[in-house]
Design a protein around this ligand. Structure first.
Ligand SMILES: [Zn+2]
Length: 408
């Protein structure tokens, strides 16, 4: 059964129903479509608020896995949503643009640093967005199902242990750089003072394989020795170097959010218990499976794995599209896209914006770009182009949101 989620006329969630009943309700005019993904209908008349207990669990992280299950183990909702990874990079480009603009267009301005202060509880933008994502998904579940209680994982990631599980005691103070002057020295020595691409021993530079603002670390594994010539080619994107390291940015960001997670209203479970529950349920390593294990560990409810609803997948997108971060105008354009089309209005007066859910001849997708000519590019949730069609032929199903889903 694919559950159809139901909310009452005041917007409060009720127990979901089957697609058959939903079809009848819609046909009789007793309900209307409230949301297409996850498919939710709203009753137009009063209803007896019959409810059972519903337990929800979440595996936190860049990709969140969420599961909600009835007290008898029936899984009512199962989804995975991936967060945004572009924030630091966008802010980096914006800072570059601002800096150059200030240098170009202003004379002397007195220093204004001294009146700036970060408010209490300030979080870095990427961390703040990660927190927003976690609040958003939780709210989404609570507005779809009458959740009784939540289970969340609590742990502190130990990044030192992640690359060396054997470490203990004094080992925490001794990294790979022990006895070396600095990272550069270590990397040059490791690569025997030669460019790793052409073997040239002159004009040596150290290169971050994953760039710093893209989340690359200063760990030696993320760095190689290159000569100036090769380095220029690599930065220009003409040569690619294989990435060897895993980024520890997400564990660090989750660590930064720990005080907020700890304050959440939920049953907190440690990773050890989650792992034990997962083995007991013989589940894989997917994010939703971790969430199922959390529910089992926290409430003793065994999720019915044989009878799962469809896994709904989605990702977070930015809802603004002013493209202020672009250093160069779009191909063929004369100026930056800050003045580009933010919306188009069709003949019947419907306004279309980026990430609106639209339909054309049975194909459903999200608005990706809006052209002045009136044509609209429609893509699926991962950005694969589906159709290019005039705005007049499109039917809007749902307004844009910060999550886009895999829809069929
Ligand atoms: Zn070289």
């Amino acid at each position: 059964m694919v559950p159809v989620y139901v909310i009452n006329k005041h917007g409060k969630p009720l127990m979901p129903c089957g697609p058959r009943k939903a079809r009848v309700l819609l046909k009789q005019g007793k309900a209307k479509v409230f949301r297409y993904v996850p498919f939710t209908i709203q009753l137009l008349h009063g209803s007896s608020g019959y409810r059972q207990k519903i337990y929800a669990g979440r595996d936190r992280g860049l990709t969140q896995g969420i599961i909600a299950c009835r007290e008898d183990g029936r899984v009512l909702l199962r989804f995975q949503v991936t967060g945004r990874i572009d924030i630091s990079e966008l802010l980096y480009w914006r800072a570059c643009l601002r800096r150059s603009r200030r240098n170009r267009k202003t004379g002397y301005r007195p220093c204004r640093n001294k009146n700036r202060k970060r408010p209490e509880g300030w979080l870095a933008p990427s961390v703040a967005h990660l927190w927003y994502e976690h609040q958003k998904t939780r709210h989404l579940v609570e507005s779809t199902l009458p959740v009784t209680a939540w289970a969340e994982e609590v742990n502190k990631f130990d990044t030192r242990r992640m690359w060396d599980p054997e470490v203990k005691g004094k080992g925490y103070q001794e990294g790979p750089l022990k006895g070396k002057k600095n990272v550069r020295q270590y990397v040059l020595e490791r690569d025997s003072y030669r460019c790793v691409l052409c073997g040239n021993p002159e004009d040596l530079e150290t290169h971050h394989i994953v760039w710093r603002f893209r989340g690359g670390s200063d760990r030696p594994k993320n760095m190689v020795t290159l000569c100036k010539k090769c380095h220029d080619k690599v930065t220009a994107g003409k040569i690619e170097i294989k990435v060897l390291v895993k980024s520890y940015r997400w564990p660090a960001r989750l660590n930064a959010l720990n005080p907020l997670f700890n304050a959440l209203d939920a049953v907190k479970i440690t990773p050890g218990k989650v792992k034990k529950a997962r083995t007991e349920l013989s589940l894989g390593k997917e994010h939703w499976a971790d969430a199922a294990a959390l529910v089992f560990a926290a409430f003793g409810v065994k999720p019915d794995i044989e009878n799962l609803p469809l896994l709904l997948q989605g990702r977070f997108v930015r809802t603004k599209n002013r493209q202020l971060h672009r250093t160069n105008p779009s191909k063929g354009g004369k100026r930056a896209k800050a003045q580009g089309n933010r919306y188009l209005i069709n003949k019947s007066g419907v306004r279309f914006m980026r990430n609106d859910l639209v339909e054309y001849k049975g194909a459903t997708g999200y608005v990706s770009s809006l052209r002045s000519s009136g044509s609209v590019r429609v893509c699926d949730w991962q950005g694969k182009e589906l159709i290019n069609v005039s705005v007049n032929k499109l039917k809007k199903l749902q307004n844009r949101d910060s999550i886009i889903w895999e829809v069929s």
